[in-house]
Design a protein around this ligand. Structure first.
Ligand SMILES: Nc1ncnc2c1ncn2[C@@H]1O[C@H](COP(=O)(O)OP(=O)(O)OP(=O)(O)O)[C@@H](O)[C@H]1O
Ligand SMILES: [Mg+2]
Length: 267
């Protein structure tokens, strides 16, 4: 049963070992327990290789956990669902369709008639500042525009949870700041829960209600840090700085460990 107190997403003691049945099992995640409330913005922060993408794949229903339980509104996650949208690091748009038709694609699968879905796609693209570009194909747009089109496409299906894997990592710093502002606006308008992976402490503080800090692989939760600062958040504020320092300290050891391990594996 789902009530407003039921978490949008919940992990209970989740572990993932890649190639578990083989001679070379590879532990990516261990004992992950946390919940995302309806409408909450949660950011996953951790060193490279600690299993952040793996966790999103599990929550999206694209891969199966080796241990524990993953729940969506109290129900076990068994596969993909339009209720859980996903934006990959490289915008996943169909290169042969213009962005209006990219956004309308999921609506077509749901049987929405063409005139309606085109109107809906145009509305969504306007919300991410892409009016006038509807008939362009992804290759004709900048990286930031492509990511905005990907957001519009994900939101077209009105997901209850939107998961994003380093969606802005490939963008320059100014575009990135703009995209974060767009995302916060879309988040407010949609009422969806957000689960975003980033390497950037600043991005995490700028966006999150709570930040889940991971250890080096196998990824465990090191700490869950609430961000009790009013939005919009200013990186020049003293409170922002203090939180930045604290997160940098939490991460430093883990980044060193992750790096040492990757060097050892490469030898
Ligand atoms: N399909 C797979 N098969 C085997 N091992 C995998 C697979 N996917 C990921 N891994 C391994 O699992 C570990 C976690 O990978 P994952 O991609 O989740 O890390 P990450 O935290 O997203 O890292 P990054 O920040 O660099 O994107 C890595 O060591 C990776 O090599
Ligand atoms: Mg990743």
């Amino acid at each position: 049963m789902s009530t407003s107190n039921t978490p949008a997403i919940e992990c209970r003691g989740v572990g993932k070992t890649w190639n578990a049945e083989s001679e070379k099992p590879f532990a990516a995640l261990q004992d992950i327990s946390f919940a995302v409330k309806p409408g909450e913005f949660v950011v996953l922060l951790g060193p490279s290789g600690c299993g952040k993408s793996t966790l999103l794949y599990l929550l999206a229903g694209l891969e199966q956990a080796t241990r524990g339980e993953l729940l969506s509104e109290g129900r076990s996650i068994e596969g993909t669902s339009p209720e859980r949208g996903m934006i990959f690091q490289e915008a996943a748009l169909f290169p042969w369709l213009n962005i209006r038709d990219n956004v309308a694609y999921g609506l077509a699968l749901r049987g929405m008639p063409k005139p309606q879905r085109e109107v809906r796609a145009m509305e969504l693209l306007a919300r991410v500042g892409l009016n006038g570009f509807e008939l362009k194909r992804p290759a004709e747009l900048s990286g930031g525009m492509r990511q905005r089109a990907a957001m519009a496409r994900a939101l077209a299906l009105k997901p209850k949870v939107l998961m994003m894997d380093e969606p802005f990592a490939a963008l320059d710093i100014q575009t990135r700041a703009k995209m974060q502002a767009y995302l916060l606006q879309l988040w407010r308008e949609s009422g969806a829960s957000m689960l975003l992976v980033t390497h950037s402490i600043e991005e995490a503080i700028g966006l999150a209600d709570r930040i889940v800090v991971f250890t080096a692989r196998p990824g465990r939760i090191k700490e869950i840090v609430p961000v009790d600062l009013p939005r919009p958040r200013n990186p020049r504020d003293a409170a922002f700085h203090a939180l930045h320092d604290r997160l940098a300290e939490l991460l430093a050891d883990e980044v060193d460990r992750a790096f040492a391990e990757q060097e050892a594996l490469a030898r």
